[in-house]
Unconditional design. Structure first.
Length: 448
């Protein structure tokens, strides 16, 4: 399959977008900007309802904003055969999908089989039982000479990019330690919030977003980003084989709870739909298994990823990220708490006994500055803080445009890098197998 993934092909010009069944605000964020050589007419195939209307309202907002308005023309089809209609009409050549994940793997497979390129929001798959279908989709995409790619926005966060860049300076970082399950070499943790502001307004979430059978548990949803970053940072541009390189050690999940009023505030619904009642306690509190942790080894390197969902961020705060990469000479730590005013900050700290950090940094900094002009260092009690010019702090929403631009580059080149497809498979194998591990343990113990 790998050799097929490297085959180039000719993409008809211009690029014409299709949006399939948008149910998540990420579907709109890839259109927050215009792109050269992308047709402004976008065909939308979806069932009629609030998910579609919210998507169209977001696009309308981008088109009508005062600063840098976009110019999208959304042409919508809402018949019950919307998927079949999309496949038959072939009104575009790139399908964007971000929404209910229950059918996403099927959507992906049918789209690539129909000869469409696909840009899919994470996760591409939410159950181990569907992993082979995702494998089939990648093989089919290669055979059809189309590109299947997922939206990994976190690669474009500046402190994450800098952590990776400094880890590639052996004179400073040394080499990545192997760590242990109790003290991993790499930790990536993120905190997210159900109640949040997106594009200037409080986000209305579909009720199914709280249903793990439709959205997926946290361990296979947002955790996808964290597993991706572990692979991307620890083994940059290297091909991973999930059968050989991934070994799970433990996994767990736990729920976030919300009462009826909180549920109403984010969904605009006063009652819990029937499909959520399996997780409603005492007719008033909903449990959402949105939190998860995976401990695993990647090529012998111990890693831990964990995602937590709170209902609402503290005042002045938002989604947060913590990460550490432990080297034989120094540790690279990203923090984003109250001390950092909820903005991610990268710290470089020497390991015990290393007295050469300052001189090693002076040698490494100019190398990193060539890729990231303007970054600098400031002294801290425990080491150094990397200072970042404001121009790099684009914000999470802008990263969707970065992903789209990268994907357009791949489309124009006619191929993905050799490592992307096998590493996407390794990523989704890790998350779906971790969920299976949790479920098997729970069955054995009689717990949820």
């Amino acid at each position: 399959m790998l050799s097929l993934c490297l085959m180039a092909y000719h993409l008809p010009e211009p690029i014409r977008l299709i949006t399939l069944d948008p149910g998540h605000f990420h579907a709109a964020l890839v259109q927050k900007s215009d792109y050269p050589n992308v047709d402004k007419t976008v065909r939308v195939y979806a069932p009629a309802g609030p998910d579609l209307q919210q998507h169209l309202d977001r696009i309308k907002g981008y088109n009508s904003r005062a600063e840098n308005p976009t110019h999208w023309d959304e042409q919508v089809y809402t018949g019950p055969d919307f998927l079949e209609k999309m496949l038959a009409e072939k009104a575009g050549n790139v399908v964007v999908m971000a929404g209910n994940n229950r059918l996403k793997t099927d959507y992906i497979l049918k789209s690539v089989a129909g000869g469409f390129n696909v840009l899919a929001d994470k996760p591409m798959v939410i159950q181990a039982a569907a992993f082979d279908k995702l494998k089939e989709a990648f093989a089919t995409a290669a055979a059809k000479k189309v590109l299947l790619y997922d939206i990994m926005t976190e690669r474009y966060e500046i402190t994450t990019q800098l952590q990776r860049a400094f880890s590639r300076q052996p004179g400073l970082f040394g080499t990545l330690v192997k760590g242990t399950p109790d003290n991993p070499a790499v930790v990536k943790e993120s905190v997210h919030h159900f109640y949040k502001n997106v594009s200037g307004s409080i986000l209305t979430r579909p009720a199914w977003f709280m249903d793990v059978d439709q959205q997926g548990e946290g361990i296979v949803d947002v955790t996808t980003h964290l597993v991706d970053l572990v692979q991307w940072a620890c083994f940059p541009e290297q091909i991973l084989d999930y059968k050989r390189d991934v070994r799970l050690t433990s996994a767990r999940h736990w729920p976030t709870t919300m009462n009826r009023n909180q549920f109403k505030a984010i969904t605009k619904l006063s009652t819990f739909p029937d499909y959520l009642k399996k997780e409603v306690v005492g007719d008033s509190v909903l449990r959402v298994f949105s939190n998860g942790e995976i401990n695993y080894q990647l090529r012998g390197i111990n890693a831990r990823v964990a995602v937590t969902w709170a209902y609402k961020a503290p005042e002045g705060g938002g989604d947060t990220h913590y990460s550490i990469m432990r080297g034989t000479k120094a540790n690279l730590v990203i923090k984003q708490g109250a001390e950092q005013r909820y903005k991610p900050v990268l710290y470089i700290e020497p390991i015990v006994g290393n007295t050469k950090l300052d001189s090693d940094l002076q040698a490494a900094l100019p190398v990193v500055q060539r890729e990231f002009p303007g970054i600098d260092l400031s002294k801290t009690p425990t080491g150094w803080q990397v200072t970042v010019p404001e121009k790099y702090n684009e914000g999470h929403e802008a990263h969707f445009g970065r992903v789209m631009e990268k994907y357009l580059d791949y489309l124009n080149a006619g191929k993905l890098p050799a490592w992307e497809v096998p590493n996407m498979l390794a990523k989704y194998y890790t998350t779906t197998q971790a969920l299976s591990m949790v479920k098997e343990r729970n069955r054995a113990t009689g717990r949820r």
